[in-house]
Each structure stands twice: as C-alpha cells, then as structure tokens.
Design a protein around this ligand. Structure first.
Ligand code: NAI
Ligand code: MG
Length: 331
C-alpha cells in the first residue's frame, strides 16, 4: 500500500517527520512517497500545487499533509492549493475528532467528532455587488447533505458511537437548513443511532456546558468551521487537533493548525496533531489496531507529564517525539 506525504511549509516538515517516525514504529507497511505543495513548492517549481503532486495523489488512497503557508499580500492569480485539492478530489467531508487528552490540558471534558460539509454552504465563494451591498450565495443541496450524513453514520458505526446530532439554523434558514435537517432524519432513521438536532447557537453553548451530551456532530460548512475551532480551544488548542478531508477515493489527513511561521525552524512545534492525523490515516487504511496504538501512546505520553511549550511544558519537538516513541514502544 502507498500513501503520499506532503511536509509543506513552516513547522510542517518537522511535525510530519515525527508522524512518519510514528507510522514506521508500528510497522504499518506503507510505502510513503514524498510530494511538494505550498510556498516552498512555489519557490522551487513555480506552482503551489505541482502537477506531479496531483498525479501522485491520483494513485493513492491517503495522504498526510503538514501545513502550508499562503501568500500574505493579495494576489489575484493565487489559487489556494488546499481548495484546489478539495475540488479536484471532491473531499466533501471534513472530520475533526476533538477530545481532551488529560485533565491538565484544556478546559472541558469533550470527546466529540465533528463532521463538517466541505464543498458548499456559505463557502461557495460566489459574491456580487447588489444595490448598496454585497450578496453572498449560500448553497445547500440534497446530494451534499445525503453523502455527508451517510459518512457521519459510517463513522458512528465504525467507532461504536451511539449518538448523532445535526447542527443547523433551520428556525431562520427554513428552506436550506430545513432541507439539511429533514435529510438528516431521513438517513438516520432505522440505523439504531440516537439522532437529535440542535440550533448552532445552542450547540456552541452545549460544547461548554453539556459536553457529555455530544458525541458525533454533523453540520454545514460555516458552523463546522467555527464549532471545531471552539472545541479545539476547549480541549487544549491547535497543537492537539487532527483532521481528515474525505472524498470517495482519497483521504487527506492534516493537523488543523497552519504552518506557524512565528515558531518555524525553532523546534518548538507540538507534533501531537500531526501524529493523531497519522493515526486517522491508518484507521482509514483499515489499520485500526495500529491507529489505536498511536493514540494510546499519545494519551500515555501526556499522562506521564511530557509536554511541549504550547501545552505548558519545556520539551522541543524532537525531545517530545523521542519521549513519545519510547512510550509507543511500551503500549
Ligand atoms: P497557525 O495555526 O499557523 O498558528 C496560530 C498560532 O498557533 C501561532 O501562534 C502558532 O505558533 C501556534 N501553533 C500552531 N500550531 C502549533 C503547534 N503544532 N505547536 C505549537 N504551536 C502551534 O495559524 P496562522 O498563524 O493564522 O497561519 C499561519 C500560516 O498557516 C498562514 O500562511 C495560513 O494561511 C496557514 N494556514 C494553513 C493551514 C493548512 O495548511 N491547512 C491552516 C491554517 C492556516
Ligand atoms: Mg478554520
């Protein structure tokens, strides 16, 4: 089996190196092929997403990405390579498992998986001047809702999660979000899952005040973007938050954070989100036992008190990785 590794920019290469060592340590038996993307790729090849990378991705079921740096100044010809990948491979579901790893990290005992629509909703990018203002097109389609909810149901079943909550704003957006809510109940009927729904504002509050009532959340693009950052902050921050972008052929796994230029090259980055993203990749490749081992070792490393700076500790990326690999050898 083959997978593509894209180190990217800034802290990307360092944290991806940690994740690759973790994958190798559990003998996953995957051939890892390195590819380029991002600002470094642009400097070397003139493209943020070289054709060669797209070709490599067409051949594999999964890829692990560090992070990329986007240009700071406005450039009308710039196309986000991540958006390009999402469109090319129709990566329609964004999955973010968010879990507090230890009582000393974060604020709330959350353990949720947020399944977010990734192709439409508020992020169509279609805006036009009209009269005195700007009108933004927001799209909700039956097909996108159906496949999103089906994916979320699969995740519940694969991971033994019992409860699924649809998050929407159908009291105001009656037709669009109303359609999403209706499809949610259609598709979850007869699955044996406990299905309920929440308005997005109530869901934002429930993440803080009733975390025990939340298990798997399925939601539209904008709501998922905001709720997942909230949930990550409640459980210890970006350094711990992995994610997956899933289509029907390719899964792209990446930490939620960006390339952190403020700490790049300083050996300060927390590699946990990258390692947990690698675990999600192994699960996607039907290696759940190895995925669980990577995750157990993360819990155990944190429980033993090893911490990078963002989590209040003193260890650098490399030292933390060495401790992690030692622990991984014991779980
Ligand atoms: P960021 O996530 O890179 O950094 C935000 C803050 O969190 C910074 O203070 C950073 O030092 C800290 N941080 C992030 N990851 C960390 C880790 N693993 N360990 C310790 N501290 C960590 O977001 P920012 O600064 O808004 O964006 C930086 C660049 O990354 C931009 O060019 C942005 O476009 C890009 N970006 C890329 C993403 C991707 O590749 N998927 C996602 C988000 C941003
Ligand atoms: Mg975001």
């Amino acid at each position: 089996m083959k997978a593509v590794i894209i180190p990217g920019d800034g802290i990307g290469p360092g944290i991806v190196a940690s994740a690759v060592r973790a994958i190798e340590a559990v003998d996953a038996g995957i051939e890892l092929v390195e590819a380029e993307m991002g600002a470094g790729a642009f400097q070397r090849t003139g493209s943020y997403l070289p054709e060669k990378t797209i070709e490599l991705l067409k051949d594999v079921p999964a890829a692990l990405l560090g992070a990329i740096t986007s240009p700071i100044s406005y450039n009308p010809s710039y196309r986000s390579p991540l958006l390009h990948l999402r469109r090319t491979f129709d990566l329609y579901a964004n999955i973010r498992p968010i879990r507090r790893l230890h009582p000393s990290i974060g604020l709330v005992d959350l353990d949720v998986i947020i399944v977010r629509e990734n192709t439409e909703g508020m992020y169509t990018g279609v805006e036009r001047e009209e009269g005195e203002g700007v009108v933004t097109e927001r799209r909700v389609t039956r097909r996108a809702c159906e496949r999103l909810v089906d994916r979320a149901i699969d995740i519940c079943q694969e991971q033994g999660r019992r409860r699924i909550t649809c998050v929407h704003k159908s009291n105001v957006l009656r037709r669009s979000d109303g359609l999403f809510r209706e499809i949610f109940y259609e598709r979850t009927k007869g699955t044996g899952l406990e299905a309920d729904d929440l308005l997005v504002d109530a869901a934002a509050a429930a993440l803080v005040s009733q975390p025990e009532n939340l298990d798997v959340i399925v939601t539209l693009n904008l709501y998922g973007d905001i709720l997942s950052d909230e949930a990550a902050a409640l459980t210890g921050g970006l350094g711990f938050a992995p994610s997956a972008n899933l289509g029907d052929t390719l899964g792209l796994f990446e930490p939620t954070h960006g390339s952190a230029p403020d700490i790049a090259g300083m050996d300060l980055a927390n590699p946990t989100a990258a390692i947990l993203s690698a675990a999600m990749m192994l699960r996607h490749l039907n290696m759940s036992d190895k995925a669980k081992r990577l995750e157990r070792a993360v819990m155990e490393t944190i429980a033993q008190g090893f911490r990078t700076r963002d989590a209040g500790g003193k260890l650098g990326t490399m030292e933390f990785t060495e401790k992690y690999l030692e622990v991984l050898g014991t779980v």
